[in-house]
Write a protein that binds this ligand. Structure first.
Ligand SMILES: [Zn+2]
Length: 131
């Protein structure tokens, strides 16, 4: 009896999700593992938002000054500060949402959204049936 080896043709795809070392070595958490191994991890999640703050008054209402040939120049709309060394703050998505929350950014009214949704789904029926 012949045993056909299928595995030769089937190249196993490299799994994107590899078991992390800290699990393999039996640690409770990645943090603990990194601590023991002396690994410094940059805590940067994907989707980090950059917040620009005025170094003078701390306002986030800084805008980039357009038309400058050399580098970027920023201007604070609140206190009128101008300069290159704008303060930057990295926010995770969560923090960014919180920030928006605090700022009371107006989101579209829920009823308005529903109206818009209705508009998009209420297609004339003839158009759908005649094809
Ligand atoms: Zn300012």
């Amino acid at each position: 009896m012949k045993i056909i080896k299928l595995t030769k043709n089937k190249m196993p795809k490299k799994s994107k999700i590899a078991t992390p070392d800290w699990i393999l070595e039996g640690f409770d958490s990645e943090e603990e593992y990194n601590k023991k191994k002396g690994i410094k991890v940059k805590k940067q999640k994907k989707g980090v938002f950059k917040l620009r703050l005025c170094p003078k008054c701390g306002s986030d209402e800084v805008i980039i000054v357009v038309g400058k040939e050399r580098g970027k120049e920023w201007e604070c709309k609140k206190c009128g500060w101008r300069g290159m060394n704008v303060k930057e703050k990295d926010l995770t998505e969560e923090e960014f949402m919180e920030y928006l929350d605090k700022k009371n950014v107006e989101l579209p009214d829920e009823d308005e959204l529903k109206k818009d949704f209705k508009k998009t789904i209420e297609l004339p029926e003839e158009d759908l049936e005649e094809e």
